[in-house]
Design a protein around this ligand. Structure first.
Ligand SMILES: [Ca+2]
Ligand SMILES: [Ca+2]
Ligand SMILES: [Ca+2]
Length: 687
């Protein structure tokens, strides 16, 4: 009861106090899987992102087969509302928001967005598995956008969690999890108070599992934050000194684990158990096992995945509240400053629980993951008529599948999702590529700056960030000191050609320490199609808490913006900076500006060669008979074979038809040896 009460209190605090949160990195890295890197090592590049998820594949050697014949599969629903106040300054604008992401046991099925002003939307997936939705809206007074995300979650009871795991030394950890050992301004692992608490909680144990449990219990006893330090911060040092809501508890738990050499990261999520804007928990890395979730304010360790739906797995390099004062939640933003007074809310619901064999549940999660991967990659991008027709057909099957699972019909769901997968494979647009990239290591190369009081400089910063984001150089508003009062200046890109594209995203890294709240000293991004008229791509960015009680924070933050409405144009980008008449900070620093996207398909090839373009990249659904090309390049003695999801050979394959009826449905890999090269492609075997 006490825990529940603490939790509910914490949830209420979350919306208000989420100021700074440690954002952690790329959970798709192979070693996120503990002992599964063997599997991932077999995957062709590009597929690893979608396949290196948690229990989406069943590895019998790690997780014993279900003996009672069934595990649970949960259907969850998350709803969100964004109320945009006021009127935009242009005919169309964009609003950005988080939705549940593909993450370990959790597989989003479909997103539904309704709003009278909605034009279309896209998923921005620059830092997998994190994604944001960019919705393009027609201007109107006070728009209300509602979204619903449907999510499958596979049961995980952590029954196979080991009881003793030695606390690792750094060289015993895979490189891919080491980013979550870093000191950040939210997890200040070298701060004296963090060091002291980390030592005292650890005491003499050498057991990672006991330490994690002790950290969980300790953080659950942290008091609520004291009012005397309002507005409170949410970083670990602050939480340990002054108390914390869920964000501070999560940062504290992550810091106490990191300070003891255990990778840990903050997860931003929507709890099913209590209505809340947002909630913060963590997961930590257990060598030989994988990531384990902990409800850090409620003292629940391990915490089952079906109770909290993750919308962001936090990256160390993505850790500061640019859209103050809401911290990470402030990543919800719009492209127009007229919407400074907007609001949002979201809630998660348990819909139903199914039970099936672990193989069937694994297959359903894997299939959902693949379908959602295509759906999120292709939604809202410009397609040829043939591609659009295939996408619409896939979306139709995906929608049918949702209705099936809502009716507790898992076999029907699988059939419809397989149909969706086949349709999406036929969409097959050009791959994502880098269209423009500038790291500022070779001078301004076409970038210019100016304004009535211009402070933009290119070089090595000696004030503000410890270094450029890449190499030696970045742009900054005065590289060796704070900016001045009454600045009004811009940093402008060369012309960038966005013609003949199907999609385009702008991404850049920004280190921002300005007088808090954009009303004072804002930085924002603008775009122009004619070189003279600029319109906003973002509203004003703050970034760093300027409360004197709170330790100064700052860091490089990665931001991704959607450029779909400028496709076809040749554009210039501008970073605008403006300061008012008093109070100055370090300023805004910009590095690594990049535009990536897909080139438009020509539309000439009415029937694209799906085999050639998708081999190695897309999964194929196989029923009963697996055909290998009977080409002369594959000799019978060549070592083509079928591997299971754990990378074990289950069948030698010959050119021509191969009977696979007897194999269990699931995820397999075909390894084909041709001359000196080996290729591996993924297939889904179904009955
Ligand atoms: Ca650079
Ligand atoms: Ca400066
Ligand atoms: Ca100021």
């Amino acid at each position: 009861m006490k825990i529940k009460s603490i939790l509910l209190t914490a949830l209420a605090f979350c919306a208000i106090h989420a100021r700074s949160v440690e954002m952690a990195g790329n959970p798709w890295v192979p070693s996120a899987w503990g002992t599964r890197p063997r599997l991932v090592g077999l995957l062709p590049e590009g597929d690893a992102i979608r396949t290196a998820r948690g229990p989406a594949v069943s590895c019998q050697e790690e997780k014993p087969a279900s003996v009672d014949g069934g595990i649970s599969l949960y259907l969850r629903k998350v709803t969100g509302t964004i109320q945009l106040a006021g009127r935009a300054s242009s005919d169309t604008y964009q609003t950005y928001f988080h939705v549940p992401i593909p993450f370990h046991e959790q597989a989003p099925i479909l997103l539904q967005v309704t709003c009278p002003q909605l034009i279309d939307y896209r998923f921005l997936t620059e830092d997998p598995p994190n994604l944001m939705v960019a919705a393009r809206m027609a201007n109107a007074d006070n728009a209300v956008l509602d979204w619903t995300a449907w999510v499958l979650v596979k049961e995980n009871t952590y029954a196979d969690l080991p009881s003793y795991v030695p606390i690792p030394t750094p060289d015993q950890l895979p490189d891919s999890v080491k980013p979550w050992l870093e000191e950040t301004d939210c997890c200040q692992i070298t701060a004296p108070i963090v060091q002291f608490k980390a030592d005292s909680v650890r005491d003499t144990t050498t057991n990672l599992m006991k330490l994690a449990e002790d950290v969980s219990r300790f953080c659950a006893t942290l008091p609520a934050e004291t009012a005397s330090h309002d507005p409170g911060a949410c970083d670990a040092a602050y939480a340990l000194q002054w108390g914390a809501a869920c964000t501070g508890c999560a940062n504290a738990a992550a810091a106490l684990l990191r300070a003891n050499g255990i990778p840990a990261r903050v997860l931003l999520n929507v709890p099913v158990v209590a209505p809340s804007f947002m909630h913060y928990i963590i997961d930590y890395y257990v060598p030989g096992y994988g990531w384990v979730r902990m409800e850090s304010i409620g003292g629940i360790n391990p915490m089952p995945p079906q109770d909290h739906l993750v919308v962001r797995a936090c990256n160390p390099g993505d850790e500061f509240p640019l859209w103050q004062p809401y911290g990470v939640e402030g990543d919800w933003h719009s492209s127009d400053s007229a919407f400074g007074g907007w609001f949002f809310g979201h809630e998660a619901f348990a819909v139903l629980t199914l039970s099936d064999s672990s193989e069937q549940v694994d297959y359903a999660i894997a299939l959902t993951d693949w379908v959602f991967g295509y759906y999120s990659a292709y939604s809202g991008i410009r397609l040829t008529p043939a591609e659009s027709a295939a996408f619409a057909s896939g979306l139709g099957h995906q929608t049918d599948a949702l209705a099936r699972i809502q009716a507790s019909d898992l076999p029907g769901y699988i059939i419809d999702m397989e149909e969706a997968l086949i349709d999406y494979q036929n969409v097959n647009p050009a791959p994502v590529e880098t269209l423009f990239s500038e790291d500022f290591e070779n001078g301004p190369v076409g970038w210019t700056h100016g304004g009535s009081q211009d402070e933009w400089e290119l070089g090595t910063p000696t004030f503000g960030p410890a270094s450029a984001h890449s190499g030696q150089n970045c742009w900054g508003t005065n590289l060796d000191g704070p900016y001045a009062n009454n600045d009004d200046c811009w940093l402008q890109s060369p012309r960038i050609d966005l013609s003949r594209l199907a999609s385009a995203n702008l991404s850049f890294w920004i280190w921002n320490s300005v007088q808090d709240l954009y009303a004072y000293d804002p930085v924002w991004v603008e775009i122009s199609s004619d070189g003279t008229t600029f319109r906003q791509l973002t509203n004003g960015m703050g970034g760093v808490n300027d409360d004197p009680v709170i330790p100064s924070t700052g860091g490089w933050h990665h931001l991704v913006l959607d450029l779909v409405q400028y496709l076809g144009d040749t554009v210039r980008l501008r970073f605008r900076f403006w300061s008012d008449g008093s109070v100055v900070f370090a300023g805004s620093y910009i590095d690594d500006v990049r535009i990536s996207g897909r080139r438009a398909s020509t539309g000439i090839a009415e029937t694209p060669n799906v085999e050639a373009r998708t081999a190695n990249r897309l999964p194929t659904v196989v029923r009963g008979v697996l055909r290998l090309p009977a080409s002369a390049s594959i000799k019978p003695q060549a070592t083509s074979c079928l591997l299971d999801a754990c990378g074990r050979k289950v069948l030698d394959l010959l050119p021509g038809p191969n009977d696979v009826w007897t194999l269990a449905p699931g995820v397999y890999f075909v390894r084909e040896a041709q001359a000196q090269a080996k290729t591996v492609r993924k297939i889904i075997l179904t009955k």
